[in-house]
Structures are given as C-alpha cells and as structure tokens.
Design a binder for this molecule. Structure first.
Ligand code: ADP
Ligand code: MG
Length: 330
C-alpha cells in the first residue's frame, strides 16, 4: 500500500502505537491540535530542532528507513545531551512523496521508537505533508536540565582540559566508504558504517560530565569546528594535540584505503555525535571516578588566545585550525 491509498489519517493511526514511553509526563499525545505535557518542577526546559533532507543529509541507497528514523532522533537527542540535559518529548514532521510505501513509514518510525524507548522519550505529535521531490524529516525535541548542569558554549575557562568522548572520525570515513562503493565488498568496516548510519547519542555520559564540566558541544560538524565554537563563544583559545585524538583501529586501516588521514576525518568529517567539553583539571579527576565514564580522552587545553584553536601535529609543527565542517551555503 502507498500513501495515496492509506491517506493522512490512516497514516497517523499507524504511527500512533508505542509512541508514549513515559506516560507520567503526558496529558495528551498524538490525536489533538496540540500535545499537553507536564514539565518537571524547577527544571529548565531545553528545546532544539534538526531537519534531515534527502539528497543533502541522507541517500536512501545507503541508509535504510529504520536507520534513517533512528538517526533523525539520535541527532536531536545529541543536542540535548550536549546541554547536559535529558530528552523528554519529541514531535516529528515529515514531508513525503505520494508514492511513498507504507512499509517505509512503518520502518522509519520503528527506528525512531527503538531509540525513543532506550531513552524514555515520548513521541507526542508531529505533522505530515506531501512533497513533490524527496523526503524531509524534522524532529523537535524538548528536554530538561537543572540550571547548575546547563552546559553553555561560552563558559570555558583558561587552563581547562579539552576532553572528548568515544573515538572521532569514524562516521565520516564510514560515509566515504559507502560513497566509494568500498563497503559492500568488505564487512570489515561495519563499525565505521554503523557510526555513520546509527550514531548513539551520548546522553548518559553527558549527564555525568555535566556535573563537572564548564562547557560542552556535541560533535556534529567535526572537532575543529566544534572546538572553535567553544573557543569563540568563551573568548579564549585552545591547543589540541593530533596524537591525542582518539581514533578507532578500524578508522586507521580504512583511512589508508581511502588515502585520507584519520586525523583529518576526526577534525573535519563530522557526524560523530560524540561530545567535546572543557573541564578544570581537578574536576577531571573526579569525573574519571564515575563508573559510567570510562571512554573519555584529554586532547588539549584551553588557552588565552581569543578564538584561536591550534593543533600540534604529529611532527610537532603547530597549525591554526579553521572550521571546515559541512556548510550548507558554500
Ligand atoms: P492538525 O490538523 O490539528 O494540525 P493533524 O491532522 O496534522 O492535526 O495531526 C493529527 C494528530 O497527529 C496531531 O496530534 C499531530 O500532532 C499528530 N501527527 C501528525 N503527523 C504526525 C507525524 N508525522 N508524527 C507524529 N505525530 C503526527
Ligand atoms: Mg497538522
């Protein structure tokens, strides 16, 4: 069956099942003019939105509808994580060509619901419209954070350590492998391709980090760009060390096949959805003692140079980093 036969209301009925994971915060979900939700007392409400466009952000020849749904939600939960908060509610708007198969939408929502269940997030509404060309998915997420844990970009302090979660560059290398058709022949690169197609938002670790850090960003546009944003917003600089940037063993192998340095994938590739944060050295020691925090790496320090992010390369030469992440209007 396609959308023409199912109709808008049939579609919404199909979507509606299993959308509420935590009923204690929802008075009204899907089915009225607006959702009614209950905020937690004394918490700040966070709100953020991200839109994925076919042909710009995803290519349906590489990503399955399930993975697309998962990723559309993941990138939004990552923004809430980067503020130190917990995601609570989402609304999902989709634009679909009339020929879209029902199966596609079921799979898209199955992907979203999988992640929503993992993080106790409710899908409380959305909008569905037709599109002449291609698919668009917009997710808006509402989260909560205490004022104390709120992680602003502008609060880095001189002599803070610069720390990242996980490994970087895998997603960009995964995309390059898919685009070059290198992946189908070799399942060795699963971890890189998965990092690109189904990034896990770092909500849990972010909540521990937010107890101690001064400022935090999620890494959607590449480390160089995210580090620069924190430096500029804080009126400070950073010195990062190439040899300290955590890279997965698979990335190191793949980068040779792709003839691009692994570090440049980490700096400029983007879509890792890991976190970069700054933290006082003594607080870093406390953070390391949290049992959930076992996957963080110090990659540099905050300096006094306004907006300047330097990289100490493997050959010890120092270069200034520019924000060369993906820019939609270049
Ligand atoms: P309205 O005409 O009041 O905007 P709609 O007919 O667009 O209402 O939607 C009916 C209900 O279904 C609303 O609760 C809306 O939030 C929900 N909804 C519509 N499209 C989606 C979607 N793609 N995902 C989740 N909920 C949706
Ligand atoms: Mg509507």
């Amino acid at each position: 069956m396609d959308l023409k036969e199912l109709g808008e209301f049939g579609l919404i009925d199909l979507i509606k099942q299993d959308c509420i994971v935590d009923a204690s915060t929802v008075v009204l979900g899907i089915g009225d003019d607006a959702a009614a939700i209950i905020p937690t007392k004394n918490m700040l409400q966070l709100i953020s939105t991200d839109m994925l466009m076919e042909g710009i952000h995803f290519d349906l020849s590489f990503i399955s509808p399930f993975q697309l749904g998962y990723k559309a939600l993941a990138v939004n939960l990552s923004d809430i994580a980067a503020m130190g908060g917990m995601p609570k509610q989402v609304v999902v708007s989709i634009a679909l060509p009339k020929e879209t198969k029902t199966e596609f939408i079921i799979e898209l929502y199955r992907g979203m619901k999988e992640l929503a269940h993992q993080f106790g997030v409710n899908i409380v509404g959305g909008d569905t419209v037709s599109s002449l060309h291609g698919i668009a998915i917009n997710v808006t997420v509402i989260g909560e954070v205490t004022e104390k844990k709120l992680q602003k970009r502008s609060e880095a302090k001189q002599d803070d350590l610069v720390v990242v979660t996980g490994t970087l560059g895998s997603s960009a290398a995964g995309l390059a492998l898919l685009q070059k058709g290198e992946y189908t022949t070799c399942h060795f690169y699963d971890s890189l391709v998965n990092a690109h197609l189904m990034p896990l938002p770092q909500v849990v670790i972010a909540n521990d980090i937010a107890n101690y850090a001064h400022s935090m960003n999620d890494i959607s546009d590449g480390l160089a760009s995210e580090a620069k944003e924190i430096a500029l917003a804080s009126g400070l600089g950073m010195r990062l060390y190439a040899e300290k940037i955590p890279l997965s063993p698979d990335l190191i192998v793949a980068s040779q096949a792709l003839k691009t340095s692994a570090v440049s994938y980490a700096l400029y590739g983007g879509e890792d959805y890991q976190l970069v944060f700054t933290i006082a050295p003594e607080k870093y020691q406390l953070l390391k003692q949290c049992h959930l925090v076992n996957n963080i790496t110090v990659i540099g320090e905050v300096t006094s140079q306004n907006g300047v992010v330097e990289l100490v390369q493997e050959d010890q030469q120092i270069v200034q980093l520019e924000s060369k992440g993906y820019n939609h209007f270049i």
